[in-house]
Write a protein that binds this ligand. Structure first.
Ligand SMILES: Nc1ncnc2c1ncn2[C@@H]1O[C@H](COP(=O)(O)OP(=O)(O)O)[C@@H](O)[C@H]1O
Ligand SMILES: [Mg+2]
Length: 304
């Protein structure tokens, strides 16, 4: 497998291009949420969320644990239904009942625990559940040659070069497995690709591999929803950034309107740390300026 490095400015070279800020001429998002929310009984997991996914763009959804990220993608991928606001596909209000309905509309989701069979070959996993067959009924059989050939072509088209498609998928690295899942979704006609924390369990190099294929999917015209709690990963490929906190959207900004530093600050809970500092100052009866900077607070608090 070959790896193209991600350059310092966040673009991917040599076959990727830098993220763009411009929406397509038509302008209608493939997927859109307007004031959408979801309650599980009394628990309001998500509230008043606006989100737009455009072809050829990467929309990053960031947030801490419990922020509502999974709830958000479960609505879009047809696992759960929203209980407030609207969910639109190609500008049409919808309510999906099953993941199959989402797939039929071109929305594919790659979950963190990839649904692969580790001991089966790569090509077999590529076609899992949608195998190619040949011959008339009742002697239809798997068209192994065609599946191998197609898997090879499709993986190469995404820039994924594996030595041997017969090797069990379990022998690939985590990043490679994610890449195969992305190529698979592209081949089976996805227009919107949802990735739930694809880099969360990966090291730096493997994360780079996955980010590269996120860029490749974007360059093939897909709208990508990239869920992560890593602002650095998000900023490498993102066109738009949405930060969730406690179920509401704290920040929604195009790439041109937010810096990596601001994004990191939002994720680190800069506002919450500042509030905590004021509370601490009151408790200790000191002036707030006598306390260390927010970033040093944790250490300072431990000492007392
Ligand atoms: N099936 C469920 N039933 C009740 N509460 C849930 C359910 N799923 C998630 N929640 C709650 O909704 C909130 C958001 O969770 P989730 O969407 O999983 O966040 P994230 O993926 O950002 O960690 C959390 O408070 C969580 O406990
Ligand atoms: Mg989650």
């Amino acid at each position: 497998m070959t790896i193209n490095p991600i350059t310092a400015d966040g673009s991917v070279s040599p076959n990727g291009t830098a993220p763009k800020d411009t929406a397509p001429a038509d302008g209608t998002p493939t997927v859109e949420l307007r004031g959408a929310g979801k309650a599980y009984g009394n628990v309001r997991a998500l509230h008043g969320v606006d989100l737009a996914v455009h072809p050829g763009q990467v929309t990053c959804v960031l947030g801490d644990n419990g922020a509502g990220k999974s709830t958000l993608i479960k609505i879009i991928s047809g696992l759960h239904q929203h209980t407030e606001g609207a969910f639109l596909i190609d500008g049409e209000a919808v309510r999906l009942n099953t993941p199959r309905e989402a797939l039929d509309r071109g929305i594919a989701t790659v979950y963190q625990d990839l649904a692969t069979v580790p001991l089966m070959p790569v090509w077999r996993n590529f076609f899992l559940g949608s195998e190619m067959t040949k011959g008339p009924w009742p002697v239809r059989r798997l068209d192994i040659a065609a599946m191998k050939q197609t898997a090879d072509t499709e993986l190469r088209a995404m820039g994924i070069v594996l030595d041997d498609l017969d090797q069990p998928i379990g022998t690939l690295s985590g990043g490679q497995r994610q890449s195969v899942a992305i190529a698979r979704a592209v081949y089976f006609g996805a227009r919107v690709l949802i990735l739930d924390e694809p880099t969360a369990a990966l090291g730096v190099k493997q994360s780079g591999v996955v980010l590269k294929y996120i860029a490749a999917a974007r360059d093939r015209g897909l709208g990508v929803i990239f869920i992560t709690h890593n602002p650095h990963h998000a900023y490498m490929v993102g066109d738009h950034f949405s930060v969730l906190r406690l179920g509401t959207m704290e920040l929604s900004a195009a790439r041109a309107d937010v810096t990596l530093e601001e994004l990191t600050n939002h994720m680190a809970g800069g506002a919450e740390l500042a509030a905590l500092k004021h509370e601490l100052a009151q408790v200790r009866g000191v002036d707030v300026d006598e306390l260390p900077e927010a970033a040093e607070l944790q250490v300072g608090a431990q000492r007392n």
